[in-house]
Design a protein around this ligand. Structure first.
Ligand SMILES: [Zn+2]
Length: 476
């Protein structure tokens, strides 16, 4: 392709505070319509907002966790626009002085190298209500109105759909590690606006961008970008220009459709919110919040590599979710072998089956302790790695322990030397022709004998012992 892809992302993360941003209303996604509403969040005349200290603390947490500068004084602004589910007629947000600025986080690019993605800003704002349409009528539910949000704006540092989703996954995991966002994408806790543009390869001048609004799955973000890149490319190749548009991604057609064409500058008439004083954050407050930060994904990646000797890729996958990282560490507790082997089993087998079953690591039918005993059984030579996969599948389906299944299925590896010698001798005697070939120097025939022993024992013969015994019998 003759173009460079430029991708920037804006994320809206709903904070998991107890109450809304400017009032005492409880935040609830499943409460009956318009029952979590008061004078403030329904914008009755004469009411005043009071900012939520917990939301401020959460914003500082994210700023610190993403290497951002925390502004000691930040200002709330009004963004004026009319929309039925925005009762005040404006949104309280931040404009030129957000809580956090100039941060970054690190992802693995498509080649597996560490890449730094800049964070322009982290600002505090509020969510709108929700409207739904029934025939001629439109209904408004204000339960969500005033829910605290953090808007996190990246620099346009990503150049492939995969990098964009890697960035989102990292940001998502940081929010969940911090315990400041439920991160439930289906419920809209974590939503993303995608900005895409193309520019001639190597050029420093950015092309016209389009914005795809409110995408709420990592996969859909990748699909929306893939579609937009192709669309831009075709337009540019045929000499047409790109219109600056706001789009929606339709899952059914896997295409974007136009929501509105932007005029040069949308004029929201931002001005400082007169009802809220500037937010003053002291160094002492910042340090206090810093002392409450948990171990974050990057620190965990490093620790996993150092103390368990697993590669960067493994550590990145295993720390991508807090629950997965905990699972891995739990499973190592009762396991006597190398951590890398456990890592392989979790990444290749467990994650695949969880994915196919559409379930999450916290609901895994195979508990960490069972994973440990399965791998111990391989380690001690009780079962072969190949048979262990069948055992694992049974464990996943039934939730039973490894030992019980090995016993039930009679799968224990045969390490009884006498029994193996007997089988091997019988096979050698019955295949005189092959023995001659082998003695004549055709070493490949050795594999034939191993195969026969395996066949005879339904794959349960200890492979190392089998090879030793056969070598002895065949006179080597
Ligand atoms: Zn309220």
């Amino acid at each position: 392709m003759n173009y460079d892809i430029v991708i920037g992302l804006e994320v809206h993360a709903q904070l998991s505070t107890n109450t809304k941003a400017w009032c005492q209303c409880e935040i609830s996604t499943n409460a009956y319509e318009n029952t979590k509403v008061c004078e403030v969040c329904s914008a009755q005349p004469g009411t005043l907002p009071v900012y939520n200290k917990q939301a401020v603390e959460y914003a500082i947490k994210l700023a610190l966790a993403t290497n951002s500068e925390v502004n000691k004084i930040s200002v709330f602004d009004r963004k004026n626009y009319f929309y039925p589910d925005l009762p005040k007629g404006y949104q309280i947000t931040q404009f030129d002085k957000p809580v956090g600025e100039k941060g970054f986080l690190e992802i693995l690019d498509d080649e597996g190298n560490v890449k730094r993605i800049g964070l322009q800003r982290i600002q505090m704002e509020e969510d709108t209500g929700k409207s739904s349409h029934q025939g001629e009528k439109s209904l408004i539910n204000l339960n969500r109105a005033g829910t605290p949000l953090l808007e996190i704006v990246s620099d346009p540092d990503m150049c492939t759909p995969k990098e964009a989703s890697a960035y989102l996954k990292k940001l998502h995991s940081i929010l969940v590690y911090l315990g400041i966002c439920h991160g439930n994408m289906q419920d809209g806790n974590f939503r993303c606006d995608v900005n895409v543009s193309l520019k001639p390869k190597g050029s420093s001048k950015l092309g016209t961008r389009t914005e795809v609004k409110n995408v709420n799955s990592f996969r859909h973000v990748e699909m929306a970008i893939e579609y937009e890149v192709q669309r831009h490319k075709e337009l540019l190749d045929s000499g047409k220009s790109i219109l600056q548009q706001t789009l929606l991604f339709e899952i059914e057609t896997r295409k974007t459709k136009v929501l509105r064409t932007k005029s040069d500058a949308d004029d929201y008439r931002y001005f400082p919110e007169p009802d809220l004083l500037p937010l003053v954050i002291t160094q002492e407050h910042i340090e206090k919040v810093r002392s409450t930060l948990p171990e974050l994904p990057d620190a965990k990646i490093k620790r996993f590599m150092d103390s368990y000797g697993i590669p960067l890729y493994d550590a990145s996958v295993l720390t991508s979710e807090k629950a997965l990282a905990n699972y891995f560490e739990e499973s190592l507790k009762g396991y006597e072998g190398e951590a890398k082997k456990m890592s392989n089993w979790i990444m290749v087998e467990l994650l695949r089956y969880l994915n196919e079953a559409g379930t999450s690591i916290d609901r895994s039918p195979v508990k960490p302790s069972s994973m440990a005993s399965l791998l111990n059984a391989i380690q001690s030579g009780k079962i072969s790695g190949k048979i262990a996969k069948d055992v694992f599948l049974k464990m996943f389906d039934t939730g039973k322990a490894a030992e019980a299944i090995i016993k039930e299925m009679g799968l224990e590896q045969i390490s009884d030397e006498k029994a193996l010698i007997e089988i091997a001798e019988r096979i050698v005697t019955a295949n005189a022709g092959q023995v001659e070939k082998y003695k004549g120097g055709n070493e490949r025939v050795f594999g034939f004998f191993v195969g026969q022993v395996m066949k005879e024992t339904n794959g349960q013969a200890n492979p190392v012992m089998t090879a030793e015994i056969l070598k002895k019998i065949l006179g080597q």
